[in-house]
Design a binder for this molecule. Structure first.
Ligand code: PLP
Length: 279
């Protein structure tokens, strides 16, 4: 990848927002998945761009065919891989299909915030940027690298696409974040080691849920959706009484609560509290 295909930012939120401002408008819509990460759609609503929320497929992948068809005047097709909140992945073949078939004038915005946590890492989309496609990829040090408070991230795209968002704000990264990010990328095996560590705790949590006949959506990330068989808020409040704070729910999946994988000790507390609350 050439240097001029990457711009660093203080996290990936800013390029996510400015990409929406640059590529969407009241006549160019934002196409996203439902449920999906909401920040981009909020930026689109702010500038009065139409938002199409397309349900995930039965396998909880992005329904790229429906997304591409949603609006011939789309500005952005937003694919979060793995998805937040479901932690589910969209195949490389589907991403390539979306790129080849998306409406003229639109870009594919590939949010790879969680990609280091997933087997998809081996099949990440950077080569699509290097090949000069209409794609922008966002990455962050906030997730697997655990540096959310330090604020480090980057956008990768052709220079002409990056220029459209850099005119909307430089997003300077603090030197502390630069030092942390630079040190992190030099640690050989950090990504596969942390992926395995978090993945092992996730699979142990899934084994526990299977054993107790609880239903969840299998994820390849550090979060997953648990079917709590009641409005998720009730489960969240009951868990809070057990001193376990779980994630929020999404309007299209009101009976599911997003669970983030914590340390092995934290997940033991989650298991004990969930058994009690779900009984
Ligand atoms: C899918 C996704 N993209 C982007 C972000 C933005 O994170 P940051 O600005 O810390 O890089 C988040 C944060 O929760 C996220 O879940």
């Amino acid at each position: 990848m050439k240097d001029d295909h990457i711009t660093i930012y203080a996290g990936s939120s800013q390029p996510l927002h400015t990409a929406v401002l640059a590529f969407c408008s009241p006549t160019k819509s934002f196409v996203t998945a439902d449920p999906g990460y909401e920040a981009g759609q909020r930026a689109a609503q702010f500038i009065k761009a139409k938002v199409s929320g397309i349900p995930l497929t039965k396998d909880h992948a992005h329904d790229v065919r429906a997304m591409v068809k949603a609006d011939p005047n789309a500005g952005i097709i937003y694919i979060c891989n793995p998805n937040n909140p479901t932690g589910t992945v969209t195949s490389r073949a589907d991403i390539e299909w979306a790129l080849a078939n998306k409406p003229a004038g639109s870009i594919l915005l590939l949010d790879e915030a969680y990609i280091h946590l997933s087997k998809v890492w081996e099949n990440r989309g950077s080569d699509l940027v290097a090949a000069g496609k209409d794609v922008m990829i966002l990455r962050t040090f906030s997730k697997l690298y655990g540096m959310a408070g330090l604020r480090a991230g980057y956008a990768m795209a052709r220079p002409d696409l990056l220029a459209k968002i850099s005119s909307l704000g430089a997003g300077a990264m603090a030197v502390t974040a630069m030092a942390g990010a630079s040190a992190s990328v030099k640690v050989k095996n950090l990504v596969p080691e942390r992926r395995k560590k978090i993945g092992d705790v996730r699979e142990d949590t899934f084994a526990f849920l299977d054993k107790h006949n609880m239903h969840y959506i299998a994820s390849d990330s550090n979060c997953f959706m648990l079917d709590v068989k009641r409005p998720a808020r009730e489960y969240m409040q009951a868990m809070m009484k057990e001193k376990v704070w779980v994630g929020r729910s999404w309007p299209s999946m009101p009976n599911y609560s997003r669970i983030t994988i914590g340390t092995a000790d934290e997940m033991e507390k989650f298991k004990a509290a969930t058994l009690k609350v779900m009984a």
